[in-house]
Write a protein that binds this ligand. Structure first.
Ligand code: WT7
Length: 662
């Protein structure tokens, strides 16, 4: 990287990097902006094979749109079949199991193709067909990639639930999707432990009347199996043919569902398309990570998140690349596992989250310094803003000041990256994500819907035509779709839910942007979205609690963690029961949502700040936790409670507690 001669903390790609990069001329931004639809159509043709071409590039009936109307393609075909002729024996997936003594598994494109076909045939034999939802509760093992691709092959919708979510969270998502089929594993390894899945989900399978549960015998723990309903993966694929005709998937079809948190209690089933989604995933993988055929791409994102879909699986395979999956914890057996994996496999592109970088940094520099890491060329960050300090460490200790850090901003809803600097163009500035990727238009609006000037914070929006990777609605909830994304500034502007600030610097005639984070009632825990409402819902189910508000509390490693403000029934003897109730709150959250949402702190209070209409104003709770200025308290109908709250959280902020009571 080359340091900008004038501007502090601004880096540009070296000549060497530019020469090698797919994209190194900023003119591409202008070209894409002149005719974004034509740009995406050109890229769709370049990056994918289509069974049938479109009659129309895009159609827009706010707030709905569709891309490549009349086309047909298949995601699995594009990830596998078309690479066989030239790359049959090339490694598609390197799988690193957690137990250090266990052998790595390498799957070539041919292996993956055959296994996907076999599993697709097995799914068909179980009666699963195009348009059927299938829920996954799967760890990072090769069968997860195979199963996802098999769903794509036959047009079934996968709905992948993160393994750190609880069985109840799986149940909610199965019910919402009307899914009666589950794919899971007996167990998997993480942090040296054997974490069971099948046994834990049995109750849910009974409750929802599941038709099929396919079990990968990953850890050979001899899980309970119910005859007729439960099938071992190995057994159902063993007699299948290694060929399965790929189902043509149309532009109007859905290729997968992925649940994400919104501002209301229930998670939203985000619907993604096939060919259009794949176009953005493929192009951004190639350009943003500058993925070349010989590169090894290690994305640490779990398949349970959109990053796992677009960049741990589909994006790299669409480009015929080699992707590396690691099953377990970065600390096992020691906190240099990722660095070791990078060296041993000569990883070139490494994509992770700021929370993980902070956590590894805390383990001490010696762990990373022990490793060469010279194979790395590109580093990526996602999930939350990366603070300058963490950026600096990542840049220096991991990237040896050689590698650009692409700070990629996007969402489950956008399907692919929408804002980031590109390796061959730059610039790379800590805490600044960059310009929009070619073909995407962003802006920052003030409350009235006017674009803000650089330096002024506002709300980050997207303008038509949105990227082809953009969501196609919220499953069975059209109102929620409108309300969450298309109501802030009318139905022609997509509101991301994030705040941001343009900076006074341009690339391709557009300002770079600094994303400041979510401004709605969603927490960002270790780079993942959790709905405050979903957590509050879980806690309110306790008989002792009458009112509860959950907000994000700053955390050194995870960025944010849930903090709970709870009001108990008046007859509860808190002095005696405080610890017990705190424990109960933690337990219920872990049970209903999962360990990811575990509250970090619980404060019992006699009231929480509310508006006249009774809506909890979480903003004040947040400011109190962050020792920030509270701002305008005139909208609070019960300002007295702020005094008690300030005391509880040991508020040291700029405002005097006494002023809250006036
Ligand atoms: C939210 C989306 C996109 C995959 C990861 C999580 C935040 C994401 C960045 C970034 C600042 C970021 C936003 C966004 N976010 N990337 N580079 N800089 N914030 O997906 O669960 O859908 O969350 O993550 O707040 O809205 P998700």
């Amino acid at each position: 990287m080359v340091k900008d001669p004038e501007k502090e903390n601004v880096y540009w790609p070296s000549e060497n990097l530019k020469e090698k990069a797919w994209i190194s001329d900023a003119k591409i931004y202008e070209k894409a902006r002149r005719d974004p639809k034509a740009f995406w159509a050109e890229k769709a043709k370049e990056t994918l094979d289509w069974f049938e071409e479109w009659e129309k590039i895009e159609e827009w009936n706010p707030p709905y749109f569709n891309w490549f109307i009349g086309s047909k393609t298949n995601l699995a075909y594009n990830c596998l079949d078309r690479h066989l002729e030239e790359n049959r024996n090339k490694t598609a997936l390197i799988w690193e199991p957690e137990p250090p003594e266990e052998q790595q598994r390498l799957l070539t494109y041919q292996d993956l193709y055959e296994q996907v076909s076999k599993f697709a045939n097995a799914l068909k034999d179980l009666g699963i067909k195009k348009g059927d939802p299938i829920t996954f509760w799967m760890p990072m093992i090769p069968e997860t990639a195979i199963a996802a691709l098999a769903c794509q092959r036959i047009g079934a919708w996968h709905s992948i639930v993160y393994t750190a979510f609880s069985p109840n969270a799986v149940k909610d998502r199965m019910e919402d999707a009307e899914s009666r089929n589950l794919i899971t594993a007996d167990a998997f390894f993480r942090g040296g432990k054997t974490l069971k899945l099948k046994e834990k989900i049995d109750r849910v399978l009974e409750e929802i009347g599941a038709k099929n549960c396919i079990v990968v015998n990953r850890a050979k723990t001899d899980p309970p199996m119910k005859k007729g309903r439960d099938h071992f993966y190995n057994e159902i694929v063993s007699d299948e043919e290694p060929y399965c005709e790929p189902e043509p998937i149309g532009a109007e079809d859905i290729s997968f569902l992925l649940y994400t948190s919104g501002t209301t209690g229930k998670p939203k089933g985000i619907k993604h398309s096939c060919g259009a989604y794949a176009t953005q995933a493929a192009l951004t993988t190639k350009w943003v990570f500058d993925l070349h055929p010989q590169d090894i791409f290690f994305s640490t994102a779990d398949i349970g998140w959109i990053t796992g879909h677009s960049y741990s699986l589909y994006g790299p395979l669409l480009n015929g690349g080699t992707v590396l999956w690691y099953e377990g914890s970065p600390y096992h057996p020691e906190p240099d596992r990722w660095w070791k994996i990078i060296d041993e496999n000569k990883v070139n592109i490494f994509y992770t989250a700021p929370t993980a970088i902070r956590a590894l940094r805390r383990k001490g520099d010696e762990w990373v310094e022990k490793h060469d890491l010279k194979s790395l060329r590109i580093l990526g960050s996602v999930g939350e803003p990366i603070d300058p300090d963490t950026w600096g460490w990542f840049f220096e200790k991991v990237g040896g000041k050689r590698c650009p850090i692409v700070d990629t901003y996007w969402q489950t809803e956008t399907g692919g990256i929408i804002i980031t600097s590109i390796p061959g163009i730059g610039p790379f500035i800590p805490s600044v994500a960059g310009p929009a990727v070619p073909g995407i238009k962003y802006d920052v609006f003030d409350v009235t819907g006017k674009p803000t000037e650089p330096g002024t914070s506002g709300k980050v929006v997207l303008k038509h035509p949105f990227g082809p990777g953009m969501l196609r609605g919220v499953h069975k909830a059209p109102d929620k779709y409108k309300e969450e994304y298309w109501s802030e500034y009318g139905d022609e502007i997509y509101f991301t839910g994030d705040g941001g600030r343009k900076i006074d610097m341009e690339i391709g005639e557009q300002n770079l942007i600094e994303i400041t984070g979510r401004i709605d009632d969603v927490l960002e825990v270790a780079g993942h979205r959790l709905g405050t409402a979903e957590i509050e819902d879980a806690i309110s189910s306790l008989a002792e609690i009458t009112e509860v508000a959950v907000v994000g509390k700053p955390h050194d490693v995870k960025g944010e963690v849930p903090a709970v403000f709870a009001v108990t029934k008046s007859d509860i003897d808190l002095e005696r029961r405080e610890e017990e109730l705190k424990r109960k709150i933690v337990e219920i959250v872990r049970k209903k949502i999962g360990p990811v949402a575990t509250p970090d702190a619980t404060y019992f209070v006699s009231d929480v700040p509310k508006t006249e209409s009774g809506k909890v104003i979480r903003r004040f709770l947040k400011s109190l936790l962050k020792d920030e200025k509270l701002g305008d308290v005139t909208t609070v109908s019960n300002p007295r409670c702020l005094k008690e709250l300030a005391k509880k959280v040991n508020y040291k902020g700029p405002e005097k507690i006494v002023s809250f009571t006036t």
